[in-house]
Design a protein around this ligand. Structure first.
Ligand SMILES: Cc1cc2nc3c(=O)[nH]c(=O)nc-3n(C[C@H](O)[C@H](O)[C@H](O)COP(=O)(O)O)c2cc1C
Length: 231
């Protein structure tokens, strides 16, 4: 009887330990670890540099061939700020219908200085990155992007995703068009910012939504995958 109850307690303890491990680490690949929540502060973005808006507009071009050189964390900070960073206590670099801010921005880092390969979520309010996935998932992202090779080659990808409900609560059916317009504003900001700091990018709209969600380990709807690098 005593032996039975000891065995019962041991089995229960084993189940609890397995459940705890399962909650902390959900992985389909040994090299990839999911640990949403660890935050890191980004360097302050620059608010001035020498390139005019006109020059950036005139010279902007989609780039699909990247050098193997790494990109600095300062540049990544700048790119994220341009995409969705704060410009006062809560407003951002891109306009938003009713200030509902439906966009979420992710970094898929492969070769970024001082940033381990992985997936990170940008937190505009504190200008931080939250770690979502540890490990290099760029080749999985390339597969999700229907095998477009430059997605896997780029030192980093920025993914713009959306939570439609934030805008739909106020604007109902019209929200869908508003959210897509916002993704366009954010992506054009990013094109101009890349141009002004000597990086290249291309917006990618051709990808499998479900596979992209799985790679990022997020529930949101991906709208753009954006490979970025020196060229
Ligand atoms: C909504 C949208 C989706 C796009 N999707 C892709 C894509 O999946 N793959 C790609 O290589 N380029 C994609 N592009 C980039 C266009 O091919 C590119 O902007 C176009 O050729 C014009 O070149 P430019 O950006 O250098 O002016 C997309 C552009 C837009 C606006």
């Amino acid at each position: 009887m005593l032996l039975m109850s000891i065995r019962g307690v041991l089995i229960l303890a084993l189940i609890v330990v397995m459940l705890l491990i399962g909650a902390a680490i959900v992985s389909t690949n040994e090299d990839i670890v999911y640990n949403k929540g660890v935050h890191m502060k980004l360097p302050e973005p620059q608010k001035e540099n020498g390139v005019s808006v006109e020059k950036a507009l005139a010279e902007r071009r989609s780039v699909r061939e990247f050098s193997q050189e790494s990109v600095s964390l300062q540049s990544v900070s700048q790119l994220l700020w341009a995409t969705q960073g704060l410009t006062d206590s809560f407003k951002r670099t891109a306009p938003s219908a009713g200030g509902t801010y439906p966009l979420e921005v992710y970094v898929v880092a492969q070769n970024v200085e001082d940033l381990s390969p992985g997936v990170y979520q940008f937190i505009p309010e504190s200008h931080e990155l939250a770690s979502i996935v540890e490990g290099d998932v760029s080749s999985l992202l390339e597969s999700a992007a229907l095998g477009q090779g430059f997605v896997g080659d780029a030192p980093l990808n920025i993914v713009i995703s959306a939570v439609y409900e934030r805008t739909a609560e106020r604007y109902g059916e019209r929200a869908e068009r508003y959210v897509h317009m916002e993704a366009g504003h954010a992506a054009q900001n990013l094109y101009l910012q890349c141009e002004s700091i000597g990086l290249g990018m291309v917006v990618v709209g051709a990808f499998n939504d479900e596979e992209t969600r799985e790679v990022l380990n997020t529930p949101e709807d991906p709208l753009y995958i954006i490979p970025i690098g020196k060229y």
